[in-house]
Ligand binder design. Structure first.
Ligand SMILES: [Zn+2]
Length: 132
């Protein structure tokens, strides 16, 4: 093999190789929230060959749209909220999601709006009402 002629590692591959070294967020935290797009990758041959594997890319649920498989975190999909922030979800969460699915930011905003309504009017409304 000739030295110095290896295929250059592309940027995405470099990020995958580097994953696990520095994470600005916790993997176990379900409420991952990022204002920068999170890196995604194509399903690999292993996944594509599995009968149970479903490519969820492009699927919409609630306020979220699936962008693709996370290139940095195992078994997570990158989702983008209508508000513009990105997060990670498991396939199970995406498949079982309801119409009120949203990012952490939107959820906090809905909770704040609900509290405000209670304070101003004394009216109790489900948080979900603010996510429609
Ligand atoms: Zn949002």
């Amino acid at each position: 093999m000739k030295q110095g002629h290896e295929r250059p590692v592309d940027r995405m591959a470099a990020r995958v190789v580097g994953a696990g070294v520095t994470h600005e967020y916790s993997i176990s935290d379900g409420a991952v929230n990022s204002f920068l797009p999170l890196p995604v990758r194509k399903p690999n041959r292993n996944e594509a060959g599995q009968d149970c594997f479903v490519d969820l890319s492009g699927r919409k649920f609630g306020r979220l749209t699936v962008v693709g498989i996370s290139a940095e975190v195992n078994a997570r999909w990158v989702v983008r909220c209508v508000c513009g922030s990105y997060g990670l979800r498991t396939a199970k969460t995406i498949k079982n999601a309801d119409q009120e699915a949203c990012c952490h930011q939107c959820h906090l905003l809905a909770v704040a709006k609900r509290k405000d309504l209670i304070r101003r009017t004394g009216k109790f409304v489900d948080t979900k009402e603010f996510l429609k």
